[in-house]
Write a new protein. Structure first.
Length: 441
C-alpha cells in the first residue's frame, strides 16, 4: 500500500511513523529540507523537498497510484489546494485531510468535490479526549468501544489497590480484563503470569456501566469533578469550557489573548475568565487558579504545559490533564505521575489506521508512545473465525481478546468462548498485525 503525505510537521510525521510500522510504502512531501532529512534519517520513507501544492512536483512521484493521500499541513487553504492539485495529477483511492475551520469541513459540496473520505480536526479530537477524562476522574486514558457500551480505561496502580502484586490469572474477575500494562516506559500485552505492580499504569477493559463499581473495588476515588481550571482558551479550551458549563462544573480560564478572553466571557458568563499568562504566579495565587479538582493545560507551549502541571500537583491539585505532542516531555510527565497526557497526534494516528485496514466498520485506537493498537471487529457469517473457540483461532503473535459484545451484553471472554455471528470483539495487537487480524473477520 502506497501512502502519500503532504506536510512533515508533527501530525504528518506521526502518520508517517504509523504507516511505516503498518508495512506501507510512504512518500512524504514538505517545503522544509530539514524536516524531510530528519524523517528520512529515522524512517524508511521516500522524502521529497518541495511545494505540496505543485502539480509539477507531484507528477514526478514514482507511483502514479496512491492508495491513501494524507494532507496534514497547519494551514487549511494549503490543505484544500494540495488535495485539489493531487486529485488532478495522481490516481488516488482515498483521501484524509486535516482541517480546523468548521466552515470548510461542514461544507458538504466542497468535501464531495474534493472526494474527501476522512477529516482530522485536531483541536476537536483533543477536546473530546479530555472531556472523556473529566467524566471518569481516576482515569489516565479513556477509549470507547461498542457504541459506548464498553470502555478501555487507563489507571495508575496504587499501593492500596487490592489487586497490587497479583498476577492476571490470580485476579480472574468477570467484570473486567487487563489486556495491557505500562511498565518501565513500555506498554506490554499482559499474559496470565503478568503481575500488577504499584506505580504501573494498567488498561482495564469493561462494560461502561461497571466502571464505577470497578474503581470502587480498586480503592479509587470516583468523586465527581466539580471545579476545573483551564490554562489556554483557544479552540480546545473553548470546546472543553462548553462541556464544563453545560454540566454545572465551576470553571476558571486563563488566556493571554485579550480578544479571546472577551469572547469567552461573553460565551460563558458563569465562568471566571482571566487575561494573563499561565506563568504569572501572582495571577495564579491571587485568583486561586490551583484551587480546583482538575487543572487542564492546553497552551501551544508543551514545556509550559508540563511545568504548570508539575507546579499544580505540588500545590495539591488532585488531577492534571496535560496537552503535549513532544515525546520527551510526555515521558517526563509520565515518570512524575502528573496524570493524563493527551497527544494531539493520536487522533490522526487512529484515522490513518482505519484507512490502511480498509474497513468501514472497524474502530481503531492507539496509545501514546505505544507500538500496540486496539481494534474492534465483528464476526460475520463469512468470517473464518465463526463457530471457533478463541484458543483455536490462529491470531497473529501478541494478540489479545479483551472484551466481547453479544446481544448487547458485554462479556469478558476466556479461551473456551465460541465466537458466533454478530459477536463484536475488542482486540489488542502490535500495529503491524492489526491488518492481519482484520482479515480473520
Amino acid at each position: 500500500m502506497h501512502v502519500l503525505i503532504i506536510g512533515a510537521g508533527r501530525v504528518g510525521s506521526a502518520i508517517a511513523d504509523l504507516a511505516v510500522k503498518s508495512n506501507c510504502d510512504v512518500t512524504i512531501v514538505d517545503a522544509s529540507e530539514a524536516k524531510i532529512k530528519r524523517l528520512s534519517d529515522i524512517l524508511d520513507i521516500n522524502g521529497i523537498t518541495g511545494d505540496g501544492t505543485s502539480s509539477e512536483l507531484l507528477s514526478k512521484i514514482n507511483s502514479k497510484t496512491i492508495d491513501i493521500l494524507v494532507v496534514a499541513t497547519r494551514d487549511d487553504i494549503t490543505n484544500i489546494t494540495a488535495t485539489a492539485v493531487a486529485n488532478t495529477t495522481l490516481d488516488i483511492k482515498k483521501r484524509l485531510i486535516r482541517l480546523k475551520n468548521q466552515e470548510f469541513y461542514q461544507n458538504e459540496a466542497l468535501m464531495k468535490l474534493l472526494h474527501i473520505n476522512r477529516i482530522i480536526d485536531i483541536d476537536r479530537a483533543v477536546a473530546d479526549r479530555i472531556i472523556d477524562l473529566i467524566k471518569i476522574a481516576p482515569a489516565t486514558n479513556v477509549l470507547e468501544f461498542f457504541d459506548k457500551k464498553a470502555v478501555v480505561i487507563g489507571t495508575r496502580v496504587k499501593n492500596n489497590n487490592p489487586y497490587a502484586m497479583k498476577t492476571i490469572e490470580e485476579i480472574s474477575n468477570k467484570n473486567f480484563s487487563i489486556p495491557l500494562s505500562y511498565h518501565s516506559g513500555n506498554y506490554e500485552i499482559t499474559t496470565p503470569k503478568s503481575k500488577i505492580i504499584p506505580g504501573d499504569i494498567v488498561l482495564i477493559a469493561a462494560s461502561t456501566d461497571k466502571v464505577e463499581e470497578i474503581f470502587h473495588d480498586m480503592a479509587e476515588n470516583t468523586k465527581r469533578i466539580d471545579t476545573v481550571s483551564i490554562i489556554g482558551g483557544g479552540r480546545k479550551g473553548r470546546y472543553i469550557a462548553k462541556y464544563c458549563v453545560d454540566n454545572g462544573i465551576d470553571l476558571k480560564i486563563i488566556d493571554n489573548d485579550p480578544e479571546m478572553c472577551n469572547e469567552l466571557s461573553l460565551e460563558f458568563p458563569s465562568a471566571v475568565v482571566m487575561f494573563g499568562s499561565g506563568s504569572d504566579m501572582q495571577l495564579i495565587k491571587t485568583e486561586d487558579v490551583f484551587s480546583c479538582d482538575l487543572l487542564i493545560t492546553t497552551t501551544k507551549d508543551d514545556e509550559m504545559n508540563i511545568l504548570l502541571s508539575v507546579l499544580a500537583k505540588r500545590m495539591g491539585v488532585k488531577k492534571c490533564i496535560t496537552v503535549t505532542a513532544a515525546e520527551e516531555y510526555s515521558y517526563i510527565a509520565e515518570q512524575l505521575g502528573l496524570g493524563s497526557i493527551v497527544d494531539p497526534k493520536l487522533s490522526s494516528s487512529a484515522a490513518i489506521l482505519d484507512m490502511i485496514m480498509d474497513r468501514k466498520a472497524v474502530s481503531v485506537s492507539v496509545l501514546k508512545g505505544s507500538k500496540i493498537g486496539m481494534i474492534e471487529e465483528t464476526v460475520k457469517s463469512t468470517s473464518p473465525v465463526i463457530n471457533q473457540l478463541i484458543e483455536d483461532i490462529k491470531f497473529p503473535s501478541m494478540c489479545k481478546v479483551a472484551l466481547l459484545l453479544r446481544r448487547d451484553m458485554v462479556i469478558v471472554p476466556d479461551d473456551k468462548e465460541i465466537l458466533i455471528e454478530g459477536d463484536r470483539l475488542i482486540l489488542f495487537a502490535p500495529f503491524g498485525n492489526l491488518a492481519k487480524i482484520s482479515k480473520l473477520f
